[in-house]
Design a protein around this ligand. Structure first.
Ligand code: NDP
Length: 272
């Protein structure tokens, strides 16, 4: 049987996901195909029946919350779904972004000690990042442009509103950084910053990361997160289990897949 998977979104023709999933399927020895479903918001209702004939699909902007209306069960725990698995005709929703974020975040941090994390943003990505960091026992502060959204995310996940302290670790979960000149941390003190993480991966170094690097911090963009969330999504959709120890080929599956994906992106001429 050939598994049929894909990505639901709008304006996603630029997506790297087909390359990434292709490499995961090869590594796992699974016969599967991954297609883009670029669907305009007005057409989503009409296209949902076709999507539900797939074995599963990932979900990206602007549908991570709207997809909840079409699920039989939301197992994301955060009200934002990026992976839908079809099981015996039922649509089950998961969120693999938390896994992708935290694995890449910890790798980039390299075991450095810190006591608190400042999260910039309060949108869908910030929700899963704040939830994941809180579950990992971290002290989390949130700073967002809209005060109402900031208050809501703090109340829901037990985070604190940013109080002006000098941050040690900052995670940008806003979309403000996709263009040059955009920096959600332009007014933040950066002396003493040890680690800056940006969920954005294109550009590969946002103005936020460039400023943090100049201040002496280690930096990490969101490409590893994209790869790791894809692996976790495929674990859900294909019912396979990767391991970071002795995995499918006797080694760390995640590291091996990441290596294969980066080699593929290089072959495809992607600047990362
Ligand atoms: P949302 O649209 O849900 O949230 C956007 C956030 O950015 C809000 O907090 C919003 O603040 C803030 N924001 C937008 N414009 C500005 C601005 N001009 N100044 C300050 N803040 C601003 O987006 P998502 O949470 O889904 O995604 C956020 C980013 O994370 C995107 O760039 C996305 O590509 C990236 N991402 C990366 C992933 C990866 O695997 N690497 C996975 C998921 C997301 P306000 O509430 O005030 O509007």
């Amino acid at each position: 049987m050939k598994y049929q998977l894909g990505l639901l979104g709008s304006g996603i023709s630029y997506s790297l996901s087909p390359y990434i999933h292709d490499e995961i399927f090869s590594y796992a020895g699974v016969d599967a195909e991954y297609k883009l479903y670029d669907i305009a918001p007005d057409n989503l209702d009409g296209e949902m029946a076709r999507l539900k004939t797939l074995h599963g699909f990932n979900v990206t902007k602007p549908y991570k919350t709207r997809i909840l209306d079409y699920l039989d069960e939301d197992l994301s725990g955060c009200g934002a779904v990026n992976t839908v698995c079809m099981r015996e005709g039922k649509a089950l929703g998961y969120n693999a972004d938390g896994f992708g974020f935290y694995k890449s975040f910890c790798e980039g941090l390299c075991g450095k000690a810190y006591t608190r994390v400042l999260v910039l943003g309060a949108g869908g990505a910030a929700r899963i990042v704040v939830k994941t960091l809180k579950e990992a026992g971290k002290q989390v502060y949130v700073k967002n442009r809209s005060a109402a959204a900031q208050a809501e995310i703090c109340a829901e996940f037990g985070a604190l509103p940013y109080d002006g302290h000098v941050p040690e670790v900052v995670v940008n979960c806003t979309s403000f950084g996709l263009k040059r000149g955009e920096n959600p941390a332009a007014d933040l003190p950066m002396h003493g910053l040890i680690y800056a993480y940006d969920l954005i991966y294109a550009p590969k170094e946002t103005d936020f990361l460039l400023r943090a690097k100049k201040a002496g911090a280690a930096t990490q963009n969101g490409l590893d997160m994209l790869v790791y969330q894809a692996v976790k999504a495929d674990e859900h959709m294909l019912g396979i289990a990767f391991s970071d120890k002795s995995g499918l080929h006797g080694a760390d599956d995640y590291a091996a897949v990441k290596k294969a994906v980066y080699a593929r992106l290089k072959r495809e001429g992607v600047d990362f």
